[in-house]
Design a protein around this ligand. Structure first.
Ligand code: NAD
Length: 413
């Protein structure tokens, strides 16, 4: 039995609490957050997830649990990690540290997290749920023999799109790290790379060769959307970020030298049902695809009945409509891979090991995201085999993240 402590009690923490219903030998023992801790702890107790306590500080939480989870906003990562380190130095006996995607806003920050975790000798899990999606796992398992005889996937297309984030901090590139490429590109880049990886190889097996990217502010820089954001305290005339990004990455198989390509598309302008994850893998003589909006269930709510609908997101994450034909997903934590990522992390921590994806892996994804922003800024292909380029990326902070998106974004200013 491992006890879990969540730092942050917002949207994703709530989703993880739902996923924990399907994970054995864990107890949600503590929650620590400026907002939402009471609601989350009460719901967890009611749902039988454990005797969930509210802790005032990260230090107290780390003393009370086996596993500390960083489910707070991106701008709070470094301070929280330093607090975890102090707690461990003061005697907290952590068996694992989990951090939600993205690991950090840039490589300098990612380095701090990875370095601290390594120095503490505490196993880590970087939570990138899409790699754990049951449909992706099943497709890769079924294709293991095909990969061996025909060769691995050579083209992967992945996309995550919805109508825009729920909290203002996500929209502020200086606090979040960028726009949709930092927020959701990290998912699509990671899963794209994973789909290209032979079934019997680890997720960091392929060598990244080059990155090109196109980013733009297509919807949220226009009226009436820009004014709607202003009402929520987000000023896209001053600090715009991209609501569209397309990143193309080339990889090399280090054993065979065979090249493969991943295309990751992300947007915050998906004015269509809810949240859509699309994955398409094309290999020599075979293919598979995943569409998270394909569901065995749907529903219809008429105008007459719509007034009684309290929460459109009950049916599907990021649903924007409360009436008409709606998609209903019966088990989103399972569909998106949250349950499997927990099971993987818990099993690894029980054995004193890192999860399938650790902080070093999260750092590598951050490097690919930084390369994408650099490619967009310079309107050039970024050569990741060039040591000088890699060195530059170590300290690079994208202009969009610096709050200077108007200088580089089509559709801004
Ligand atoms: N895997 C996914 O698909 C997915 C989905 C949503 C969010 N996320 C990630 O999860 C993280 C949190 O996102 P969210 O949607 O839950 O955000 P949120 O704004 O809904 O909730 C953030 C929570 O963190 C708390 N918090 C704020 N500052 C804090 C601090 N300094 N110390 C401790 N707690 C603090 C807030 O009070 C709140 O409880 C982000 O990094 C985001 O990228 C991942």
């Amino acid at each position: 039995m491992l006890t879990i402590g969540m730092i942050g009690a917002g949207f994703v923490a709530g989703f993880h609490a739902k996923a924990l219903h399907s994970v054995r030998d864990v107890e949600l023992a503590g929650v620590c957050a400026p907002k939402g801790a009471e609601e989350l702890a009460e719901a967890a107790r009611e749902d039988g997830l454990g005797n969930t306590q509210i802790l005032e500080t990260t230090a107290e939480l780390c003393k009370a649990v086996d596993v500390a989870c960083i489910f707070a906003p991106n701008f709070a990562r470094i301070d929280i990690m330093r607090d975890i380190a102090k707690a461990v130095e003061n005697g907290a006996k952590l068996k694992g540290i989990i951090c939600e995607k993205p690991l950090a806003r840039n490589l300098k920050e990612a380095d701090v997290l990875a370095r601290i975790a390594k120095a503490l000798h505490v196993p880590t899990a970087y939570f990138e749920n899409q790699i754990h999606m049951p449909s992706v796992i099943k497709a890769r398992r079924q294709l293991a023999a095909v990969h061996k005889s025909m060769g691995a996937v050579h083209l992967a297309r992945s996309a995550e799109e919805h109508g825009g984030p729920h909290e203002p901090w996500f929209w502020d590139p200086t606090r979040q790290g960028g726009g949709v490429c930092c927020d959701m590109g990290c998912h699509s880049i990671a899963v794209g790379m994973y789909m290209l990886t032979p079934s019997d190889k680890p997720p960091d097996y392929l060598t990244p060769v080059s990155v090109t990217a196109e980013m733009a502010l297509l919807k949220w820089g226009k009226e009436p959307w820009i004014s709607q954001l202003k009402e929520r305290g987000v000023d896209y005339s001053a600090t715009p970020a991209e609501d569209y990004s397309l990143v193309t990455l080339e990889f090399n198989d280090p054993e065979t030298g065979i090249c493969s390509i991943a295309q990751a598309t992300n947007s915050w302008m998906y004015d269509a049902p809810g949240l859509r994850l699309l994955m398409e893998a094309i290999g020599p003589g075979y293919s598979y695809n995943v569409n998270s909006l394909n569901s065995p269930a749907d529903m219809f709510i008429s105008d007459a009945a719509a007034a009684t609908v309290a929460d459109s997101e009950l049916a599907l994450e990021k649903a924007q409509a409360t009436r008409g034909a709606l998609i209903l997903q019966p088990n989103e934590p399972d569909l998106y891979g949250y349950i499997t990522e927990w099971r993987d992390a818990i099993a690894a921590f029980e054995q004193g090991k890192d999860a399938l994806l650790n902080f070093e892996y999260g750092r590598m994804v951050t490097m690919l995201i930084m390369a994408a922003y650099r490619a967009h800024e310079k309107k050039q292909t970024i050569d990741l085999t060039d040591s000088k380029t890699l060195q530059e990326l170590e300290t690079y902070v994208p202009l969009i993240q610096q709050g200077k998106g108007a200088e580089v974004l089509l559709g801004a200013g």
